[in-house]
Design a binder for this molecule. Sequence first.
Ligand code: GLU
Length: 449
Amino acid sequence: MSPVPIVRFAPSPTGRIHIGNARTALLNWLYVRRRGGRFVLRFDDTDVGRSKAEYAASIEQDLAWLGVEPDDVRRQSERMAIYDAAAEKLKSAGRLYPAYETPEELDRRRKVQQALGRPPVYDRAALRLTDAERAALEAQGRKPHWRFRLDPGTVRWDDLARGESHVDCGSLSDPVLRREDGTFLYTLPSVVDDIEFGVTDVIRGEDHVTNTAVQIQLFEALGGVVPRFGHHNLLTDASGEGLSKRTGALSIASLREKGVEPLAVAALAVLVGSAEAVRPVASLDELAALVEIRHLSHGAARFDEAELDALSARTLHAMPYAAVASRLAALGIAGADAEAIWLALRGNVAKLSDVADWLPVIAGEIAPVVEDRAYLAQAAAALPEGDWDQTTWSAWTKTLKAATGRKGRELFHPLRLALTGRESGPELAALLPLIGRARALARLSAPSS
Ligand code: GLU
């Protein structure tokens, strides 16, 4: 097996990805980020009716927004001939057989089995058909679907997340790999691709545990190297409901449009239901160092949008200017003061776009709140001359304290109300040099409100 891990994220482009899909993508991405290796984005688009190019494009866009950059992008719809060849190989090995039952017939049989207290496992009647019976069915116009003949034994693997795992294949129905119309279900193409792309580690949700047993048998039947498997716990929404691509709930696109920070989405997507506390991170590398697939918990993990909003705000509060410079420029905050503006405001925003609310305080028109005319006149007269910096506020208020005997809220609050027009906000030490002397003077001298 290759010493360098190769992983893949394999969404079917039938909708927008949600936070649960992002968890899978990120666990794969962080796994190779930590170890070196390759990340393949594979679109499972064999279902031509439901797969759409625009969904594939939006998935790439959503991943890019999260910081996930695939080393390679592949599409199953371009590889049908390869899956045909694999199906032929299985057929000649006696592992893929035609079955002719209609869904109604299968349903009826399942009901009988259940009534008899037997597990509803496909009875392999199709394997017992003679050539003549098959020909007769085909003469009636019936087309076969194709089932993989499972070995009845127990399949075992050492799961990256769950440890020793096993599935008794004797209790499973032979899975259908190909439908009547010749299209493939997900099971076989996935294995064919994993073999051909040299995938070493298959990291996916625990809803795939049973598939893994079947697929391990397929890897072996096709003569491929069986990869390591890791099944992570699934996310539910805050009420415990599973997430669905179809409803669009908690889609990455909706979170982006809401102004949530991508790093916060990434952090919560993988830290919730892990051994690590949910916390803001400064980079995906920092996150990669925190997350170990073996340490994920085994129960469902609840994803709470309110927790995400709070984490997003905390992520912004610690964010260095370099990380947001281009986004600030797009909001019109650029130039010599841009970094100081960001550092002054970042602790007071829940979303990056909230900085716009504070710009008038720094460089625009506000309505100063004047509570104590005489005190403000005194403060205006005491405004320091010369260049202002972060120390100006303390020098100025020290002088005022000495001159007036005021302290605490009495000393500071009227200044805040006059200078910003608001009850609370960013540190005045950081704001004052940005407001500048002329504007400060004008606000302190504003007529009573
Ligand atoms: N297309 C499958 C899914 O989205 C991929 C599962 C896998 O990773 O093998 O569930």
